[in-house]
Design a protein around this ligand. Structure first.
Ligand code: ADP
Length: 466
């Protein structure tokens, strides 16, 4: 077990709480108990001293004094009687105030003033503390002496000592309890935290196979799950980044090889005719164009994936957008002897999207349809129901094998690598389309049959003015 700050803080907090409760509680108990006991004894002594003082008729008569001594002997109290000069004339057995001893002057003067004398005294010989209450003895309005009634308060002090000892014992117990509790908590709380700290440091250093093995179902458990998820995501990110760079370098290598090769041919005049030279220059131009569109597509896709591409949302009429896209792609289709069919028969509800980006999606899908169709036509249709609008782009082209369909929207995925290159595609078109559709709250689906054709279906929610 490692003592770290949390464990120490926790232990100290528990200890403080226990002591905060225990100490005032002990103090209050002490005060209450001693106060109660003291008052009770005091009342008793007051009562007795009053009665005795009223009964005594002489402090000179030895018989009377003896009678009081005997009387006191039968109780728990002691009595001391002093004459009008303050000299002890009777003592029921308290060694520190023997007969003949004079009491303190201030006590005597208080007697003379008819006041009660009250104090605590310690008797060395019996090793006991006494509470004493003294009353003046008045006979026929004449001060003739005083009587002290004393009771031992030793028991009270013993009880107070007992309470104090119990509190000290409880405090010591609390310290051990806090240490024990801290030890348990450190195992339950701190060790998993330390394990997580170690794991996150390893993850930060790049060891992404690291996992935390805390399986508890509390907050610590969910934190460890979050760390594991983070490691997993980083792992996925790293491998997709590796794959991405491998793809890019592969995509760039081919045009660069062409560029290098044909530039070399021209530089060393390895062509026979001027016509041949122009063909090579054309290839160089095409490859440079391909590299430029690859870079542009990559840039756009990365902006989309990071959410950095801002769209201009507005209420748009899809018929207009489709018509624009058709007019821009018509020439390409006609060059290949294909027709593009689009004849909306009824009004379609508007959607909330970015008009230009929507056109980009459609141009991309129509150009793909043209690219992968040898003969026939491309049909575009619009339909709607209560809450969505559907745009479908259907061709009579080569089709896509069903095994390839799940990967179609991945970056650089091509069904036939060589054919796609031949057509000048970057392999990023559908990945961009998917991102753009999702950013506009839509979805895209593909249905295809090899040799018969492909249909891409886009669905967008109807704009309801919110
Ligand atoms: P590319 O730039 O290669 O066209 P895309 O991301 O646009 O890249 O498309 C990915 C792959 O999907 C293409 O290489 C092609 O094999 C296939 N594909 C896309 N559209 C069609 C279509 N209409 N008909 C047949 N195959 C298609």
């Amino acid at each position: 077990m490692k003592w770290n700050r949390i464990v120490i803080k926790l232990g100290a907090s528990i200890l403080t709480i226990i002591l905060i409760i225990l100490l005032p509680l002990g103090f209050i108990m002490n005060q209450l108990f001693s106060g109660f006991y003291y008052n009770k004894v005091q009342d008793q002594l007051n009562d007795l001293s009053n009665r005795y003082a009223n009964t005594i008729t002489s402090v000179e008569d030895q018989d009377i004094l003896q009678m009081f001594e005997v009387l006191a002997d039968m109780t728990d109290q002691e009595i001391i009687i002093v004459n009008e000069q303050g000299t002890v004339v009777a003592n029921s057995g308290l060694p520190s105030l023997p007969k003949g001893l004079e009491i303190q002057e201030d006590e005597l003067s208080r007697f003379i003033n008819n006041s009660v004398v009250q104090n605590e005294l310690y008797d060395e010989q019996t090793d006991k503390r006494y509470l004493s209450v003294g009353k003046p003895i008045i006979l026929d309005d004449q001060f003739i002496g005083g009587i002290f009634v004393l009771a031992s308060v030793e028991e009270m002090y013993q009880s107070i000592d007992m309470i104090t000892n119990s509190i000290i014992l409880a405090g010591t117990g609390a310290i051990f309890l806090a240490i024990g509790f801290t030890f348990i908590v450190s195992r339950k709380l701190s060790n998993p935290l330390l394990e997580m700290e170690k794991a996150t440091r390893k993850i930060a250093k790049g060891d992404l196979n690291t996992r935390v093995s805390v399986a508890s179902k509390d907050e610590i458990g969910s934190l460890s799950n979050a760390i594991n998820d983070l490691a997993f995501e980083l792992q996925r990110y790293r491998s997709s980044r590796r794959e991405f760079f491998a793809n890019i370098s592969h995509e760039l290598r081919t045009p660069i090889t062409y560029l290098e090769g044909y530039a070399n041919v021209i530089e060393n005049k390895l062509y026979k005719t001027e016509e041949e030279k122009n063909k090579y220059l054309q290839i160089i131009q095409q490859e440079a164009k391909r590299m430029s569109s690859l870079v542009n597509d990559l840039f756009e896709l990365s902006k989309l994936e990071e959410g950095r591409l801002s769209l201009q949302f507005e209420e748009i009429d899809l018929i207009e957008v489709v018509e624009n896209a058709v007019s821009k792609t018509k020439i390409k289709a006609e060059q290949k002897g294909l027709t593009i069919g689009f004849s909306p028969t009824y009004q379609i509800p508007s959607i909330y999207a970015d008009g230009l980006r929507m056109e980009q999606i459609l141009i991309n899908l129509i150009e793909n349809a043209i690219r992968y169709t040898k003969q026939g036509s491309i049909m575009i249709s619009l339909s709607s129901d209560n809450d969505k609008v559907i745009v479908s782009i259907e061709d009579t082209g080569i089709g896509i094998p069903s095994d390839d369909i799940p990967y179609l929207f991945e970056r650089f995925y091509r069904v036939e690598k060589s054919r796609s290159r031949e057509h000048g595609g970057t392999g990023l078109g559908l990945a961009i389309v998917k991102q753009l559709v999702a950013r506009q709250h839509g979805s895209i689906q593909v249905k295809s049959e090899v040799g018969k054709g492909t249909c891409f279906e886009l669905t967008f929610p109807i704009y309801k003015g919110e």
